[in-house]
Ligand binder design. Sequence first.
Ligand code: ATP
Ligand code: MG
Ligand code: MG
Ligand code: MG
Length: 474
Amino acid sequence: MDAQQIRSAFLQLVAERGHTVIDRASLVPRDDPTTLFTGSGMQPLLPYLLGEPHPAGTRLADVQPCVRAQDIEEVGDNRHTTFFEMLGNWSLGDYFKAEQIPMFWHFLVDVVGLDPERIYVSVFTGDPEHDIPRDDESADIWTELFTAAGVSADRVELLTEEHGNEVGNQGARIAFYQDKNWWSRGGGPDQMIVGDPGGPDSEVFYYFPQVEHDTAFGRYPHQNSDGGQYLEIGNSVFMQYRRTGGDGVAPGFAELPHRNVDYGGGLERIAAAAIDSPDVFRISLLWPVVAELERLSGKSYDDATHAMRIVTDHVRGAVFLAADGVVPSNKEAGYVMRRLLRRAIRFAAELGVENNVLTPLVDVIADLYADAYPEVGEKRETITKVLQKEERAFRRTLNKGLRELRHIAKEQRTITGDDFFTLNDTFGFPVELSTEEAGRQGLSISSDWRAEFDARREEQRARSQAATKLGAHD
Ligand code: ATP
Ligand code: MG
Ligand code: MG
Ligand code: MG
């Protein structure tokens, strides 16, 4: 199955199991000042998970485009993209573990066709300090599924990452773990907000034997899922507790009368597993973009993997942001979009594509997504224009900015906040791009550059405000 088929098959499965498929939310949440982007399928549903009744009922599902600007540094590896699609289903006081875990298993094994031998799971090990029991209920369901498929379901008690490095049973299928396998708004049970729901979570990983084991990672699936042989493909959170009181010293927990399920799975990662590729860029939704980039640059992905991943991801993210009405600017969502585009243009230049890289990529991306996201197809022209305009603006100054940086490198002096301000103000370099570039040129960066940069920017803001006021009085 390719990625598009997996997306449809998921929606079909959840519909068959009585879920209402709801519309996806905008990438830019309208009524939430605390966050710039929709970063999970659960985020727009939080009020309902916290107790508000949802008009579409108690079984919901969708495929939610997500942007995680916080993952931008990871982009370039084989598994993180700033934009991705999250498959999601929710039970609002409806079904629980006994239905969710087998449904996810059925999807992965029978629908997508993954090899049960290569599936690994981590489960909440409990929190004795707060009297929260180990999630044996989930572990037992997983064990039954593995066993029925003829796969050994050994367990290991890991507790914490450090602890995990000492204990045996490295081949264990199910790892009990504390730090990661719990969800609530504040964090772990300790940080939970009084009145809030939370609960244990089952994480699922897919094993790629063709990836060389890196000793920098731990010995267990969940420990080397950030870049090792195991790829996290999804997790199910079981909200079954409510914090009843306490100030962190002795919080109380009670079982919730209405227990929720929140499942989120990465479409790109499941699609990668389906084609037995540890690299998400090989899937049917991303590879055509890479191929176009190979054509434009005359270089091969194998020789320019890092840069091609960055360009591919960033342009795709910007296309979806444009489809949701974002335009490049100097603040908030627009600034992140600008960063994505300018960084893509910078990395395209490294690939030798010095002109008009965005338009042909937008075309490929719009073709790939027009069926599932008609808005992307319908707005193709507007999206192209918005991106073209940004590319033209940045192209005019990109080379001059790079020259400026090379000049500083030649003088072998420390790069300062003032320099970063000039690069930003005169040459349009988002400051994150300049610092990255400075690192690439081997420049040493002055320790107080950030404060200096902010001060210069503040001065400029004050000046321009004063100028506007003067103007108004004229
Ligand atoms: P990871 O540990 O790999 O960063 P996560 O635990 O932060 O993933 P979740 O918040 O659990 O991710 O999101 C649900 C699923 O979405 C993950 O299991 C994964 O399959 C997928 N996913 C998360 N972040 C990304 C990303 N940056 N790019 C692609 N897929 C992602
Ligand atoms: Mg993450
Ligand atoms: Mg994770
Ligand atoms: Mg996770």
